[in-house]
Design a binder for this molecule. Structure first.
Ligand SMILES: [Zn+2]
Ligand SMILES: [Zn+2]
Length: 150
């Protein structure tokens, strides 16, 4: 269990759902960070864009309230998990990509360094911040790799 180690080599990021009944940790550094504009993320999060931090599944643990976490998969690509008490989001597993998204909003202390926007084709809120705007996702994650204008 890599909580903060004695030598401090593993950094552990702590997050919780809206009410605090569910807690999760993510260890070391995320594989990617950025913003997702896809319709599913917008609908699920009730916001115009979702800030994501993606981790190897092994790096993520639900450390409190695991029995109180609901799970819903609209498609096999995304298994979305939330707290049954408050409805607050905890994480989304992406088995096809082999990555787990711990929404940046539930990791308040992480140094969020977005690298790109994904599914910009579905955007309802253009964000001209100079970061790459991918039509869907990068090639290495099974996408087209196509970049769009801001
Ligand atoms: Zn909760
Ligand atoms: Zn999305």
């Amino acid at each position: 269990m890599p909580e903060e180690t004695v030598r401090g080599e593993i950094s552990t990021h702590h997050g919780s759902c809206f009410c605090g009944a569910g807690e999760a940790t993510a260890s070391e550094e995320p594989a990617a960070m950025g913003y997702c504009h896809c319709e599913s993320c917008r609908h699920w999060s009730a916001g115009p864009v979702n800030a994501f931090t993606l981790w190897k599944p092994d790096a993520v643990r639900i450390t409190k309230g695991a029995g109180n976490v609901g799970s819903f998969a609209k498609t096999p690509k995304s298994i979305r998990k939330w707290c049954k008490t408050c409805g607050g989001h905890v994480l989304t597993e992406h088995p096809g990509m082999g990555l787990t998204d711990v929404y940046a909003a539930i990791l308040p202390k992480i140094a969020f360094k977005p690298g790109r926007h994904v599914f910009y084709e579905e955007s309802v809120l253009r964000i001209p911040d100079g970061l790459p705007k991918q039509k869907d996702v990068p090639k290495e994650l099974g996408g087209s790799g196509v970049t769009l204008r801001e």
